[in-house]
Design a protein around this ligand. Structure first.
Ligand code: ADE
Length: 240
């Protein structure tokens, strides 16, 4: 997979790309990441990348000519899927990361200031928000995208971790424990230590449903349940 990032702050990516799991995934060689400084495509001698909006209004907008030049000089628009980070889009979901992780060539354009000249949007295949809040720029959003996509690539992390994790099956992940077996009076539940796989599966499923009911009941509204899950949910609701 090839990922090109167009950003006004390329230095923000230095540590991110060098760190831990991300750098290990990059080192495996299945992914190539190129960070492009949008300012290098400014068309005037003062290297302006933004300007005031027509019709007035607060703040500055990123210039369409600069953005377009940065895009066409770095990617082939026939092959590359262009994603613009913006708070004005549908919030990113795990299923979007799964879809994007199957692409071969993507370009992430980091929006900035109060936004971008609207005319640039026609060169973009998709806008992505990472949540209903506004950041100073799209760099963190692009890192969220890269991190979320890279860990889904083949061989990145164990398939078992992906299978069990939150959101994949529409439920939050159940609580997990590691050594020591007792800490400050809190014990790891006995059932997790008894080696009975069926009991452990049921215990974890019940706790997944419990966590989801507590923190993200909205996820339950959209989900189809097995009979076992319906029974467990019934019990949990009675306990409330
Ligand atoms: N840029 C500023 N805020 C953002 C958000 N919430 N998601 C994506 N890009 C952004």
């Amino acid at each position: 997979m090839k990922i090109t990032v167009l950003s006004l702050f390329p230095e923000m990516y230095e540590n991110f790309l060098k760190t831990s799991i991300i750098s290990r995934i990059i080192d495996k060689g299945n992914v190539e990441i190129k960070i492009v400084n949008i300012r290098d495509y400014s068309l005037d001698k003062h290297k302006h990348v933004d300007d005031t909006p027509y019709g007035g209004g607060a703040g500055m907008l990123m210039k369409v000519d600069v953005l377009h030049s940065a895009l066409i000089n770095n990617v082939d628009h026939h092959k590359t899927y262009a994603i613009l980070t913006s708070p004005k889009a549908k919030p990113l979901k795990q299923k979007d990361l799964l879809r994007l992780s199957k692409l071969d060539d993507i370009c992430i354009i980091c929006g900035h200031y109060e936004g971008i000249d609207y005319r640039f949007e026609k060169y973009v295949d998709e806008k992505v928000s990472i949540g209903d809040y506004v950041l100073t720029g799209g760099e963190l959003a692009s890192m969220v995208l890269i991190d979320g996509i890279l860990r889904l690539l083949d061989d990145s992390i164990s398939k078992d971790s992906l299978k069990e994790e939150s959101y994949i099956n529409g439920l939050l992940e159940y609580p997990q424990y590691t050594r020591p077996v007792e800490y400050n009076g809190d014990r790891v539940p006995d059932v997790l230590q008894n080696g009975n796989h069926e009991e452990i599966r049921k215990f974890n499923l019940r706790n997944s449903l419990k966590e989801t009911l507590k923190y993200r009941p909205d996820l339950l509204e959209k989900r189809q349940f097995s009979q076992e899950e319906k029974d467990l949910l019934g019990e949990l609701i009675n306990e409330l």
